[in-house]
Ligand binder design. Structure first.
Ligand code: 13P
Ligand code: SF4
Length: 300
């Protein structure tokens, strides 16, 4: 009953406050399927944040996603239900690290993954997500590009382009734990299984997979190709959410949990809407420069 109480209360609060709930693909199924208005990967959430008529945006995801929504909607209230919902990639780099990289490689453009703070975005030329990283890197017309902070995403993109990529040492704490041996064991235990891996996985994991793409690209792959058995090498809730729409597909579920994504619950989404917390703010000077990098990405 507590579960349905929270859902009913959230649906009523959304109407009262003209609020929109944006939920990332890694949110739990009751958030993803029962209260979210928009679901998707980081790119879809940023795009949809740009074109909303709502007064309030609740970001069911992690802090950098709420900050990105705020950059694109400076006059709206953007709420994150738990301020501790961080990201190991965002924590791996600071604005002064980016300035040092620029000094070390003068004139080389800086592409920053959206999984970063607004202060880091503000130091970069353009942002990218896992869904558009290759297109963004190739849009710059430069022979060399600095790509921060995910080392594995940078290496996975480097394998698909002639452009030289200079990487940083950040890793996603969820995806770095997958190994090629995991995939080999899965193939042995589940003959014929199709393996999809997120590009935040190490390159040797991506090499063993049948397909690699953003969370939205993995979801599309399942919808279009309808594999009979599939494993998604990514965060645990992703399979739960996609499986609901594909009862005919068998999902094998070894997965790694993102403790940051899991901080968001129905209970704290309800409190966020009731008490208007936690409102995300970004320093105006940083916001102007960070917004430019995000808008440049969205224009690619
Ligand atoms: P995408 O949904 O953009 O693929 O990102 C995955 C991720 O780890 C977000 O935190
Ligand atoms: Fe960050 Fe990885 Fe969690 Fe996504 S899954 S929020 S990249 S730690």
């Amino acid at each position: 009953p507590a579960f349905t109480d929270d859902i009913d209360a959230i649906l009523a609060l959304k109407r009262e406050r003209n609020a929109l709930i944006l939920a990332h693909n890694y949110q739990t199924p009751e958030i993803f399927h029962c209260v979210a208005d928009i679901v998707g990967d980081s790119l879809a959430l940023a795009r949809r944040a740009m074109s909303t008529e709502a007064d309030v945006i609740v970001l069911a995801g992690v802090h950098f996603m709420a900050e990105t929504a705020k950059l694109l909607n400076p006059d709206k209230t953007v709420l994150i239900p738990d301020l501790g919902a961080g990201c190991s990639l965002a924590d791996s780099i600071t604005a002064s690290d980016v300035r040092l990289m620029r000094q070390r490689y003068p004139g080389v453009p800086v592409v920053t993954y959206v999984n970063t703070s607004a202060a880091v975005k503000a130091e970069s030329d353009i942002c990218c997500t896992s869904g558009n990283a290759l297109a963004v890197v190739e849009s710059l017309g430069a022979p060399r590009v600095i790509m921060l902070p995910d080392e594995y995403l940078a290496q996975n993109i480097a394998a698909q382009t002639k452009i030289e990529i200079i990487a940083w040492k950040g890793h996603c704490e969820v995806h770095e734990r997958f190994t090629p041996a995991d995939i080999r064991e899965l193939r042995e235990a589940h003959p014929g299984v199709t393996v999809l891996a997120h590009p935040e996985c190490p390159p040797e994991v991506v090499a063993e997979a049948d397909f690699s793409g953003s969370t939205a690209a993995m979801s599309d792959y399942v919808g279009k190709r309808k594999p009979s058995r599939v494993v998604l090498m990514t965060e645990c809730s992703m399979s739960d959410n996609v499986a609901v729409d594909h009862p005919d597909v068998e999902f094998i579920r070894p997965c790694n949990l993102c403790p940051h994504m899991k901080r968001i619950t129905l209970a704290n989404i309800r409190v966020a809407l009731e008490q208007n917390r936690h409102a995300v703010t970004v320093d105006a000077e940083i916001a102007g420069r960070a917004r430019r990098a995000v808008e440049r990405m969205l224009a690619v």
